[in-house]
Design a protein. Structure first.
Lengths: 314, 244
C-alpha cells in the first residue's frame, strides 16, 4: 500500500508537488498521469525516499519513508525515471549487485535472479555491458532491478518510455501478471498505457491533484462518450435528419476523411436511433462505432482548465 | 554490513573495469620510483631507509587521490544512479563507508605494490623494518584522510573536474599549513597559541612523525578523526542535497 498525505515539495519559489494526498491499495494499478513537469517524478522520488518532502508525509506498507526509510525501501521496488544503471557493469554484474543490496542470499538470491532474467528475457544479454545496450533493453534491466526482491509495492516511473510496441506489450503483460496481489504506481504521459494497464487514474498538473477516477469514469467525462461515428459517402441529406433526432445534441464532420460523429444529449443513448434512421434512408454504412470517450480530450481539458484556475488569484 | 560490502565490491570492480585502476597504479608506481631515486637522492644519502620514498607520498597523493575520488559521488549524481543507489535499502552512512573503503583498499594495494623498493633497501643494507612498516602505516592513514576529503567534496558537486580541483586545493592547504614559511606568515598576525594550533592541523607534521617510526597516539588520532570528520561532512552534504 502507498499512502501520501499532503505531500508537498518546493524548489525555491516553485511548488513542484502541492499537497498531494493519494492512497493506492493492493490489487490496484494506479496511473499517475500528467503533462511533462507536472510533478510526477518529484512525487515518486519522495515516496521512494530519495527526496525529502518540504511538508506532508508518505508511507509505503505503513512505513513512513522519513522515519522508517529502510523498511519502506525494502517493501518497494522502484524504477527511477530514465532507468539509470551503472553503465560500466554487465547486466549480470549489475543484477547481482542488486541481489546483494537487497540482502537476498544463496539459493533464494539465485532463484530470484533466474526468474527475473527469464521474465524480462535478458538471458542473451547477461554478459553484455549495460552501456552497449539499446534503450529498450536498458529499460528492461531497470525493470528487472525493480522486481528482483519480489516487492509488495512497485513504483515505475515511465516504464515503457523508449520501448517499441512489442516490448511495450511485453512489459504491460508483466505488470498485469504482477498486479494481482501487489500495489503498483506507474507514471506515464501515454494515454494508451492507462487503458492497457491501470484500473485507476490520478491526473496531476502543476503538482496538484486534478482528477482521481477509473479510466472508464474519465472517458465518461469526454464529450465523445456515447457518441456514434460512421463513414458513409453521400450522406449530406441524412445529416440534417440526424440533427433533428430528439436525442442528438450535435453533429461534426471530420474535414479530412468525411467521418461523421453524432453527439448525444447528456445521458441519451443514440446508437439505435441513428442506426434505424440510416437504414431507413437506405445509406450504405461500411462501419459504425459507438465511442467510449476520448481520454486525450479529457486529459487536455482537465490539465488545461487547471491552468486557467491557477492563473486566477485565489 | 552486507550493503557496505556490496557497495565496496561494486566500486572496486568499477575501478578495474574502467582503466582508472591501471592508469593509477602505473603512474603511482612509476612516479614513486622516479621521485625516490632522482629527487629523493636515494643512493647519494648513503642510508638504508625509505625516508626519500615516504617524503614524496603527500605530493603523489595530492594529484592521484583526487583523481580516484572525484567520480565517487559526482558521477552518480550526474548519471542518475544516485537515485537508484539511495532508494535501495541502505543508509547514507553505509553507502559512504562502502565507497570510502573501496578507495582506501585500492590505495592499500598500490602501496603494497611498491614492495620492490623495500626489497631493494633490504638488499643494499640493513634498514630498520619497523620504521619502514610505520612509514607504510602512516602513508596509508594519510591516504585515508585524503580520500575522505575527496569523498566529501565529490558529494558537493555533480561536476568531476570541480570535485578534483576542490579536493586538490584542500589537500595542498593541509599539507602546506605546517610549513615554516606559512607559519612565519601567520606569526605576526595571530597569537602564538593559534599559530601552534594551525601547525597541528598540518598533515605533513603528523605524517613525518609516524614515518620516522614514532607511533604517537596523537598522530594516529589526528588521521582517524580527520578522516571520520570529512566522511561525516560528506554524509551531511548528501543528506542536505535531498532537501534542496
Amino acid at each position: 500500500m502507498i499512502e501520501t498525505e499532503q505531500l508537498t515539495r518546493c524548489y525555491g519559489n516553485l511548488t513542484a508537488v502541492d499537497a498531494l494526498s493519494i492512497r493506492v491499495e493492493p490489487g490496484q494499478v494506479l496511473g499517475l498521469l500528467g503533462p511533462n513537469g507536472a510533478g510526477k517524478s518529484t512525487a515518486m522520488r519522495m515516496i521512494a525516499g530519495f527526496l525529502v518532502p518540504t511538508s506532508g508525509s508518505a508511507r509505503v506498507c505503513g512505513h513512513d519513508v522519513m522515519r522508517e526509510p529502510l523498511q519502506a525501501k525494502r517493501a518497494l521496488g522502484y524504477l527511477p525515471e530514465g532507468a539509470p544503471s551503472y553503465g560500466e557493469m554487465t547486466v549480470r554484474e549489475f543484477l547481482q549487485f542488486i541481489v546483494r543490496m537487497r540482502g537476498l542470499k544463496g539459493e533464494a538470491g539465485y532463484r530470484r535472479f533466474g526468474a527475473v532474467v527469464q521474465q524480462l528475457q535478458l538471458e542473451d544479454v547477461l554478459g553484455l555491458g549495460i552501456d552497449t545496450l539499446s534503450k529498450g533493453l536498458r529499460r528492461r534491466v531497470g525493470l528487472a532491478q525493480a522486481i528482483l526482491h519480489d516487492p509488495p509495492v512497485l513504483m515505475l516511473d515511465e516504464p515503457t518510455d523508449g520501448l517499441d510496441p512489442n516490448q511495450k506489450h511485453a512489459v504491460r503483460q508483466l505488470i498485469d501478471v504482477m498486479a494481482r496481489e501487489r500495489t503498483i504506481l506507474i507514471s506515464t504521459h501515454l494515454l494508451e498505457e492507462v487503458h492497457a494497464l491501470c484500473n485507476r487514474v490520478v491526473i496531476i498538473a502543476r503538482g496538484k491533484l486534478l482528477a482521481d477516477a477509473t479510466p472508464a469514469e474519465l472517458e465518461a467525462r469526454s464529450r465523445y462518450h456515447g457518441a456514434v461515428s460512421f463513414s458513409a459517402p453521400g450522406s449530406g441529406m441524412s445529416q440534417e435528419m440526424l440533427g433533428r433526432l430528439p436525442q442528438v445534441a450535435g453533429i461534426e464532420v471530420d474535414p479530412l476523411d468525411g467521418r461523421i460523429t453524432v453527439f448525444p444529449k447528456p445521458g441519451a443513448r443514440i446508437l439505435e436511433p441513428v442506426e434505424t434512421l440510416l437504414r431507413e434512408q437506405g445509406l450504405e454504412v461500411s462501419e459504425i462505432q459507438l465511442e467510449r470517450g476520448r481520454l486525450d480530450e479529457v486529459f487536455r481539458h482537465i490539465t488545461t482548465s487547471g491552468e486557467d484556475r491557477a492563473g486566477v488569484p485565489a | 554490513m552486507s550493503p557496505v560490502s556490496a557497495v565496496l565490491r561494486r566500486e572496486l570492480r568499477s575501478y578495474f573495469v574502467t582503466p582508472v585502476a591501471y592508469v593509477f597504479l602505473v603512474i603511482f608506481l612509476v612516479l614513486a620510483g622516479i621521485l625516490t631515486f632522482y629527487v629523493g637522492d636515494f643512493y647519494e644519502r648513503g642510508q638504508a631507509d625509505l625516508q626519500p620514498f615516504f617524503v614524496m607520498h603527500p605530493w603523489l597523493y595530492l594529484i592521484l587521490v583526487p583523481a580516484i575520488t572525484m567520480r565517487m559521488w559526482a558521477e552518480e549524481a550526474k548519471g542518475g544512479t544516485l537515485e537508484l543507489l539511495l532508494t535501495l535499502p541502505l543508509t547514507l552512512w553505509q553507502a559512504m563507508l562502502g565507497k570510502f573503503l573501496a578507495a582506501w583498499l585500492f590505495i592499500g594495494l598500490a602501496l603494497a605494490l611498491t614492495f620492490p623498493i623495500w626489497i631493494t633497501v633490504n638488499y643494499l643494507g640493513s634498514p630498520d623494518n619497523g620504521v619502514i612498516l610505520a612509514g607504510y602505516l602512516g602513508s596509508w592513514l594519510m591516504a585515508g584522510t585524503f580520500i575522505a576529503i575527496g569523498a566529501c567534496l565529490s558529494a558537493l558537486t555533480r561536476n568531476q573536474v570541480v570535485a578534483f580541483i576542490l579536493t586538490a586545493l584542500v589537500c595542498v592547504l593541509l599539507i602546506l599549513v605546517g610549513q615554516p614559511q606559512v607559519l612565519d606568515f601567520f606569526q605576526g598576525a595571530l597569537p602564538r597559541r593559534l599559530v601552534n594550533a594551525v601547525a597541528h592541523l598540518s598533515m605533513l607534521r603528523h605524517f613525518e612523525a609516524i614515518s620516522r617510526g614514532v607511533l604517537d597516539v596523537r598522530d594516529l588520532v589526528y588521521f582517524l578523526f580527520s578522516t571520520l570528520g570529512w566522511l561525516i561532512a560528506g554524509v551531511l552534504l548528501l543528506d542536505l542535497k535531498r532537501t534542496r
